[in-house]
Each structure stands twice: as C-alpha cells, then as structure tokens.
Design a protein around this ligand. Structure first.
Ligand code: ZN
Length: 149
C-alpha cells in the first residue's frame, strides 16, 4: 500500500469514527442484532428496516474503538438501499479482503474497486487483533438479517 493511500484511508477511518453516519436507532426497525468483541471492549447494535428484500434503512449504536465505530459507519453507508443478497455478497468479499486465506488471497487491486470506501478498513490486516474490530458490525448485521423482530 502506498503512503498516500495509507494516509487517505486513515483519514476516512478518523472521519467516520468521529462523525459516524447512521448512528442511532430506527423508529420502524424490522430486524436487529447485537455484536460483542470482548478482546477490545467493542459493543455494537444494528437495526435494519427491510422491505421488499431491500435494506431501506439502517442504524447502529454502541461503544467501541475508532475502527469499530468507523466500520459500522462505513457499513451503514455501503448497505443502505442494497438488496439482502447484495449485502451478503459484499460481506463475503469484505471477509476475503480482510482475512484472506492461503487459497484465496485477492490482491488490493482485485477487490478495492467494488468495495469502495470499505477498502479503507484494509489497514487492519497489518494488525490481526483489530480485524475483529473491523468486522464486528458486519457480524451483527449478518445476525440481524436472520433475526426478524
Ligand atoms: Zn475495537
């Protein structure tokens, strides 16, 4: 990763952790779930309003480190308006991007294009203990998708 890209990504993370988008609760949530990352002390709750197979609205609350908060904010922006199937695909791609296995190691150039701003989370790959911070909100989202209120 170039120094310029690294700086740009750090700015995105800082910006989203200081001013998280979609932070709060929904008045008409249809799905919700909580996530907990005891290693770091992050706790995130995700609420969804799903209608017609689409994420019409999303909100999250909780407490956590900068990466956990930024990840929740970036996730909310990324999935709003998408279909449930699109969201599941994006989550699979993000997992491969953050936790590449020896058999499937996508390079930055393969995946960053359609991950968009989510690629800013790529910095955590250098710090394996922080990957849980970056994926906590997504694990909560995955549970929320299966947890109708
Ligand atoms: Zn954390």
């Amino acid at each position: 990763m170039s120094d310029h890209l690294r700086e740009l990504y750090q700015e995105v993370i800082l910006d989203h952790s200081r001013n998280p988008k979609h932070f709060g609760t929904l008045a008409h949530a249809t799905h919700e779930a909580k996530g907990d990352n005891p290693t770091c002390g992050d706790r995130i709750s995700v609420q969804l309003e799903i209608d017609d197979g689409k994420i019409q609205d999303i909100a999250f609350t909780g407490e956590g480190c900068a990466i956990a908060k930024a990840s929740g904010s970036l996730m909310a922006e990324a999935v709003q308006g998408k279909t449930v199937e699109e969201v599941k695909k994006l989550w699979t791609d993000l997992q491969l991007f953050l936790e590449p296995t020896p058999h499937n190691s996508p390079t930055d150039t393969d995946t960053t294009a359609h991950l968009g701003k989510l690629a800013a989370l790529g910095g955590v790959r250098e710090f394996p203990s922080r990957i849980k911070c970056a994926t906590l909100s997504w694990h909560a989202l995955e549970h929320a998708l299966n947890d109708k209120i």
